[in-house]
Design a protein around this ligand. Structure first.
Ligand code: ACM
Length: 523
């Protein structure tokens, strides 16, 4: 008798607990906008009373019929339709009454918001998303996605209700360059994997995808004037797989796909080291006009272009011209790292000549921090990964720095000694290590004014498929996105680890293979 009462009582308690818990979850999403677990954390969030409910009759209203804004409106509808089962209509302002709508309004001329900022106002009647540009609207759309229950990310119809708490958000990024790099040279990843990568970084408001397109193990981009680069140089990868490459047509499609998410692709051809795939493909690049053998190992520093051969610059002129033709963005990345087989006195003028080639093609040069040894133009950018002295030297030469310190920001570093994927030559990068640093104070002498932005690179020596990519990206990627977006004064690990924990449900709905790090306060 007593036992039955006890278990009934326990059941009742459990039911009560569940109800309270559900209430708590709803509260997170529907009752108080300031409690929403957004990443990156917005600049300012204010709560109001009530909530907006998305319905099948809700209309996406655009303030102008520009192709870009129509595209963003369609992107928003495509994100919301599958899980809600709605087929949200898109109309232009003035054509229908402006209630029960998500209004996307561009050209508001708010200088505080800049190119990518947005203002979001949520009331019981409407959601209003306003920005100077369609790009700002796109970034704000990512916030709207995260404000809905995580089930909004499902590809199949879910239950709802689809509520967002009332209030307002004012938001804009700290840095103009917020990116991630994918190494498609050590292992090749096909266009669908790259598109998935683009979608994942876009969800956290990043705006650059740096593609490492050539290294010792593979050449991954079609160059029509030197077909041997892909006929030979693309045919293997680390461990001896079949490799692969992007035709210019496929690559241009990736550029367009990224542009549709306001992401710029920065293509990298690494030189003068990390060039064995080219040396194996084009005999004249070698001192004796004899091709090298293809390489499938993971050593670095053994290859070099011939810095004294005129042929080298003719070849590079062709490569940079074709690459520039495929690059609407401003930067061509020329690598320049770990050129251990190039004499320093040859390396320095080589980078300067390559800089001239990049500028002659109407682009700006980006290079790893070693390139700061050369006479860089003010417009060039150095990417700090290893040596703070190089980055500081770059600053004295007036160039801007991209912060990718390996010990903090390399996504290919293992989380800890127990995790399998990745390397650990720069240390272990647990989720807290990856988050708890400030680009503005990391290197004494490099201040916010010197920094263009933040990038987290993913090298692919140990990974060969998209699930492995995701395991190294998540849950670290959102942290780098936040470092690039949210002011340092607003970032605290103890508070972030809870917000990050709330993302778990979203990761699951998005089918992301993430590492469930014990550092995160998972929900
Ligand atoms: C690099 O990690 N070698 C830039």
């Amino acid at each position: 008798m007593m036992k039955t009462f006890k278990s009934r009582f326990t059941l009742l308690l459990n039911a009560l607990f569940l109800m309270l818990n559900v209430a708590a979850v709803n509260a997170t999403f529907a009752a108080d906008l300031t409690k929403a677990a957004l990443i990156p954390k917005p600049v300012s969030v204010k709560a109001a009373v009530g909530f907006f409910t998305l319905q099948g009759s809700t209309v996406i209203l655009i303030s102008e019929e520009s192709p870009e804004l129509i595209r963003v409106a369609q992107y928003l509808a495509d994100r919301l339709n599958p899980a809600t089962g709605f087929n949200l209509a898109i109309h232009t302002v003035g054509t229908i009454p402006a209630s029960n709508c998500i209004l996307l309004e561009t050209k508001i001329s708010n200088s505080q918001l800049g190119q990518e900022g947005y203002e979001l106002t949520i009331s019981a009647d409407n959601i209003k998303l306003a920005a100077n540009t369609a790009e700002g609207i796109f970034r704000g759309v990512q916030t709207i996605r995260q404000l809905f229950p995580a089930t909004i990310e499902c590809k199949t119809v879910q239950k709802g209700p689809w509520k967002i708490a009332a209030g307002s958000i004012l938001d804009y990024p700290s840095y103009t360059y917020r990116g991630s790099m994918l190494d498609v040279a050590r292992h090749f990843f096909g266009a669908n994997d790259v598109k998935r990568y683009i979608d994942l970084i876009a969800a956290y408001k990043m705006n650059v995808l740096h593609l490492h397109l050539a290294d010792d193990q593979g050449w991954r981009i079609e160059i029509k004037s030197w077909p041997a680069l892909t006929e030979i140089g693309s045919t293997t990868q680390v461990g001896g797989g079949k490799g692969g490459f992007y035709t210019q047509e496929v690559y241009n499609d990736l550029v367009q796909y990224a542009a549709g998410r306001f992401i710029t692709i920065v293509p990298e051809i690494d030189m003068p080291g990390h060039t064995n795939a080219a040396l194996a493909s084009v005999p004249e690049l070698n001192p004796d006009n004899q091709s090298t053998k293809l390489y499938t190992g993971t050593n670095v520093g053994f290859s070099t272009l011939q810095t004294h051969k005129e042929f080298t610059y003719k070849f590079l002129g062709d490569v940079i011209r074709e690459l520039s033709g495929m690059t609407p963005g401003p930067y061509i990345h020329v690598g320049g790292d770990e050129s251990h087989s190039t004499k320093k006195e040859d390396y320095i003028p080589f980078i300067e000549k390559v800089q001239d080639l990049v500028l002659a093609n109407g682009k700006l040069m980006l290079g790893w921090d070693e390139t700061a040894l050369s006479a860089l133009k003010n417009s060039s950018v150095a990417q700090y990964w290893a040596k703070a002295e190089n980055a500081k030297l770059g600053v004295t030469k007036g160039v801007k720095i991209i912060m990718s310190p390996a010990a903090k920001a390399y996504l290919d570093m293992k989380y800890n000694p127990k995790t399998h994927l990745g390397l650990h030559w720069a240390g272990y990068v647990e989720v807290d290590t990856g988050y708890k640093w400030n680009p503005e104070t990391l290197v004494p002498g490099i201040t916010k004014e010197n920094i263009l932005g933040v990038e987290c690179p993913l090298w692919s020596e140990t990974i060969s498929n998209i699930d492995q990519i995701e395991t190294l990206l998540f849950p670290r990627l959102p942290g780098y996105a936040e470092i690039g977006w949210t002011p340092a004064s607003d970032r605290k690990w103890e508070e972030y680890r809870i917000r990050l924990g709330h993302q778990a449900e979203r990761f699951k709905m998005m089918g992301i293979h993430y590492y469930p790090s014990a550092k995160v306060s998972w929900k």
